[in-house]
Design a protein around this ligand. Structure first.
Ligand SMILES: [Zn+2]
Length: 441
C-alpha cells in the first residue's frame, strides 16, 4: 500500500456519491456500477444470441469481430488507448501516474462455445471495463497503468488448442504455431485474423506485467452450495489423461460357461469403479472420471473381447496427483491379472497444477473482506487464460457463483449482484497491486 497517493476507494469528499454507491444497509458501498456492468453484459450477449438464451460466437467469426469492435468502442470512450498484437489479443490501456511501469492487467475472452452462455469469458472482459469506468467516475489515478485484455480463441472450439493466444503471450507456444492453427474447414487462425481486421502489429508478449487478475464465473457448483459470493482462487488443478485398452477374448454368450471367460468389459467395469474410488479417496479436491468408452464388438450376444476408455485424473497438488496415478496403475494391473486380460495403459497428457501468486491471492481475499462479502479459498477445476499468464506474471482469479454450477451451456446464468460483487473485488485487488511498492515500481 502506498499511503501518499490519493487512491482511496471512497469517493473524494468534494464529490456527491452517485446513486450506485449507496450501499445496502448491511454492506459497504461497492465502487463499481452494478447496472452498467449488467447492461454491458446483456448488450454483448445480443451479439450471437441463440433462441435458448445463450450465445454462439466462435473465435474470429463475423460475430466475434462485432463483439471486438464493441469492446474497442467502449474502451476508447472510457479514454483507453488500444493496441492489438499479432495474435489478435486486444489491450485497452488506462494511463498510470508513471506510465513507464509495467501494467496491472485483467481480462478474459469474448469467444464462446457453439452452445455457450452469456457470462463465460465475457464477464471477465466486461468486469475489467467496468473497473476502468469506475476509476474514471471516481477520478482515481493509479501509479501503474491498468490494462484490460481480450484474449483470442480461449475456448478452443474453433481452433485447437484452447487458450492458444494467451499461451503465445506467455511463451508456451510459438507465434508460428498460433497463427497456423486450423479450424475444421482448414482455415488458419492467422488468415481469419486478417479477414476480420484483427491481425495487429504489436509483438505478442515479451513485456513485463506487474500482475494479472481474471474474474470468471465459477463453472461449478461449490460457491452456490456453500452460499458464498466470492471464490478466492489460489490455483488450478493438475490434470492427467490416459488412453486405456483392455483386451480379452470374444466368445459366444450362450455356449461359453461363466468360469474362465476373459470379458474385457467386465474388467473395464472394475477399473472404472477403481477410478471412482481413487477420486473419493482424495477429498475434497480429487477428481477421477471415465467419460468415454468403446466396446468391441458391441453385440448383445458376444462376450466383449476389447474395450477402450479414457481416464481424467485431477488434483491441485502435484504429489497427490502422482499418488493417484500410481494407485491407478497398480489397481489396473491387478484387475487385468486377476481377470486374464491384457492391459495397455498410456498417459497421453499431463498439465501440471498451477499455484497462483500469494500477494495477488491475498489482494483478492482482502478485497472480499473489505466489502463484507462471504468468500472461500478454492481451486479452479477448469483451465483459463490466467493459467498461462501465471507463468509470466503474478496472477490470481476471482470466481463468482453461476446458477446450478452450469456453464458451456446456453442456460448458463448468474446474478447481477454476484457479478457486481466480483467486479468490486477485482477493482480493489487491481487498485492495491497498481499502487503497491515493489521492484517493478
Ligand atoms: Zn472462460
Amino acid at each position: 500500500m502506498n499511503a501518499t497517493r490519493s487512491v482511496d476507494l471512497e469517493a473524494p469528499p468534494h464529490l456527491e456519491a452517485p446513486p450506485h454507491l449507496e450501499a445496502p444497509p448491511h454492506r459497504p458501498a461497492l465502487p463499481i456500477n452494478r447496472d452498467r456492468l449488467w447492461d454491458s453484459l446483456m448488450e454483448l450477449a445480443t451479439i450471437g444470441a441463440t433462441p435458448k438464451g445463450g450465445v454462439c460466437r466462435l473465435a474470429l467469426t463475423d460475430l466475434d469481430k462485432i463483439a471486438r469492435d464493441r469492446f474497442r468502442l467502449w474502451s476508447e470512450t472510457a479514454g483507453c488507448r488500444i493496441t492489438i498484437d499479432r495474435m489478435g489479443n486486444i489491450f485497452a490501456r488506462r494511463r498510470g501516474q508513471d506510465d513507464s511501469l509495467p501494467p496491472v492487467m485483467t481480462g478474459s475472452h469474448l469467444d464462446t462455445q457453439p452452445t455457450g452462455g452469456r457470462f463465460d469469458g465475457n464477464y471477465g472482459v466486461m468486469a475489467g471495463l467496468e473497473v476502468i469506468r469506475a476509476l474514471n467516475d471516481l477520478k482515481v489515478e493509479t501509479l501503474r497503468p491498468i490494462e484490460v485484455v481480450v484474449w483470442t480463441n480461449e475456448e478452443g472450439s474453433r481452433f485447437a488448442p484452447a487458450m492458444i493466444a494467451s499461451g503465445v503471450f506467455a511463451g508456451v507456444f510459438s507465434l508460428d504455431y498460433g497463427l497456423n492453427a486450423k479450424d475444421g474447414d482448414g482455415k488458419t487462425l492467422g488468415a481469419e485474423l486478417q479477414r476480420i481486421g484483427y491481425a495487429g502489429e504489436t509483438e505478442v508478449g515479451g513485456r513485463p506485467v506487474a500482475a494479472f487478475f481474471e474474474a470468471h464465473i465459477e463453472q461449478g457448483p461449490i460457491l452456490e452450495a456453500e452460499g458464498n459470493t466470492i471464490g478466492v482462487v489460489q490455483g488450478v488443478q493438475g490434470i492427467r489423461w490416459y488412453d486405456v485398452t483392455v483386451t480379452g477374448q470374444d466368445a459366444h454368450a450362450g455356449p461359453t460357461p461363466m468360469p474362465g471367460r476373459r470379458d474385457a468389459l467386465l474388467g473395464a467395469a472394475q477399473m472404472i469403479t477403481a477410478v471412482n474410488r481413487i477420486g473419493l479417496d482424495h477429498p475434497p479436491h480429487g477428481r477421477a472420471t471415465v467419460g468415454k468408452l468403446n466396446v468391441a464388438p458391441n453385440s448383445t450376444n458376444v462376450i466383449p473381447g476389447k474395450v477402450e476408455f479414457m481416464v481424467d485424473l485431477r488434483h491441485p497438488d502435484a504429489a497427490v496427483l502422482a499418488r493417484m496415478h500410481e494407485t491407478l496403475a497398480l489397481e489396473f494391473a491387478r484387475i487385468a491379472r486377476d481377470s486374464g486380460l491384457t492391459l495397455d495403459l498410456k498417459q497421453i497428457w499431463y498439465s501440471p497444477p498451477v499455484t497462483f501468486d500469494p500477494a495477488c491471492v491475498a489482494a483478492v481475499k482482502a478485497a472480499a473482506e473489505r466489502f463484507d462479502l462471504s468468500s472461500q479459498v478454492m481451486v479452479s477445476g477448469a483451465g483459463h487464460d490466467a493459467v498461462y499468464l501465471s507463468r509470466v506474471a503474478p496472477t490470481a482469479m476471482v470466481f463468482v457463483p453461476c446458477k446450478d454450477g452450469i456453464s458451456h451451456n446456453e442456460i448458463e446464468d448468474a446474478e447481477p449482484d454476484d457479478l457486481a460483487a466480483g467486479c468490486a473485488v477485482l477493482y480493489a485487488a487491481m487498485l492495491e497491486r497498481a499502487n503497491a511498492p515493489g521492484p517493478a515500481g
